[in-house]
Design a protein around this ligand. Structure first.
Ligand SMILES: NC(=O)c1ccc[n+]([C@@H]2O[C@H](COP(=O)([O-])OP(=O)(O)OC[C@H]3O[C@@H](n4cnc5c(N)ncnc54)[C@H](O)[C@@H]3O)[C@@H](O)[C@H]2O)c1
Length: 305
């Protein structure tokens, strides 16, 4: 990694009070980055920023109570980054929960059934909408959205968690035009099981059993390395990066479904489709850039009234 890359940059981290979020915050602060942590666990969050600030002897970390399901809270978190540190370069959207029950068998309850999707999926969709506005105002940066290996593959008994994390991967791979439009890269982080409360306290016993019997856990340091790579390395855009046992970090290869359909077709010339697609992408790219610029302007005009 480049020396000094994170120096004086600013990262917003959701779900940063403990475990993966906290470890990433610590790694960034160690590299000279300032961090703005948002979480619902206020006591742990305050303790985390105290620890980080005593590590550097400066106020390089701040905390704000943030419920990622609410735009007002997310906006306040990014505003804090701007007020306190002058802007935001990175967003690590990491807040998430698991549930112990198999939701298919639960009673039909709107609020209970939607809670996990609101935090794990909508929290990231809303968080990245806010992040794009602040990071593009800054001139560019990167967004990392925490999914899971359960966002790529599925086990029984964790159905709604699987669905929420597949959605995070889908969202994160859907904006490959962001670098051209706003100098922002967005990617999904897919850690395998690691030793945190989310796995041992909140997940069900079947899921925990997999990790107990296989012993296949990923070290939290591998996850931190993968996040730093996604924040820094410009080759990564619109991909899912796996953090795996054995300190392995791998890009999940795309199944290239569209490409295979084109190649398998007897009716069309692949070159013709390919050139149509390129033209479409190019048009979508310049239109997207214009529309994004307008959205960002509209947002900051409104918020300054
Ligand atoms: N631990 C694992 O095995 C594992 C594996 C793959 C992915 N993940 C994902 O990694 C992320 C971090 O998990 P972790 O293992 O560090 O667990 P964790 O429970 O320690 O961390 C999750 C954090 O998110 C916060 N949070 C929950 N709801 C929130 C809300 N509405 N608003 C703001 N913050 C909220 C929690 O308070 C907590 O601090 C999660 O998205 C999780 O799904 C974890």
């Amino acid at each position: 990694m480049t020396n000094g890359y994170f120096e004086n940059k600013v990262a917003v981290i959701t779900g940063g009070s403990r475990n993966i979020g906290r470890a990433v915050a610590a790694a960034l602060v160690e590299r000279g980055c300032r961090v703005v942590i948002g979480d619902v666990l206020d006591t742990e969050g305050q303790k985390t920023i105290q620890d980080l600030n005593s590590m550097t002897g400066k106020e390089n970390a701040v905390y704000l109570h943030t419920d990622v399901t609410k735009y007002a809270d997310l906006i306040a978190l990014f505003e804090l980054g701007q007020e306190q540190f002058g802007g935001v370069d990175f967003a690590f959207l990491n807040a998430g929960i698991s549930v112990p029950n198999d939701i298919m068998l639960d009673d039909l309850d709107d609020e209970k059934d939607e809670r996990l999707m609101k935090i794990n999926t909508m929290g990231i969709i809303k968080g990245s909408k806010v992040a794009v506005r602040y990071i593009s105002k800054r001139g560019g940066g990167a967004i990392v959205n925490t999914a899971s290996t359960l966002g790529l593959d599925c086990t029984n008994y964790s159905s709604i968690y699987n669905a929420s994390k597949h959605a995070v991967v889908g969202w994160s791979k859907s904006y490959t035009q962001l670098p051209n439009a706003a100098n922002i890269r967005m990617n999904a982080l897919c850690p395998h099981g690691t030793n945190t409360e989310l796995l041992w306290k909140d997940f069900n016993e079947y899921h925990q059993g997999f990790h107990k019997t296989s012993g296949l856990m990923v070290d939290i340091n591998t996850i931190v390395k993968a996040v730093l790579l996604l924040l820094e390395d410009e080759q990564y855009n619109g991909i899912a990066l796996k953090a795996l046992p054995g300190d392995a970090i791998e890009v999940e290869e795309s199944p290239k479904v569209f490409q295979k359909i084109i190649l398998a077709s007897q009716e069309v010339k692949p070159e013709e489709i390919a050139s149509n697609m390129v033209a479409l992408e190019e048009r979508a790219g310049s239109k997207f850039k214009k529309d994004l610029d307008e959205s960002v302007q509209r947002y900051f005009q409104k918020s300054s009234i």
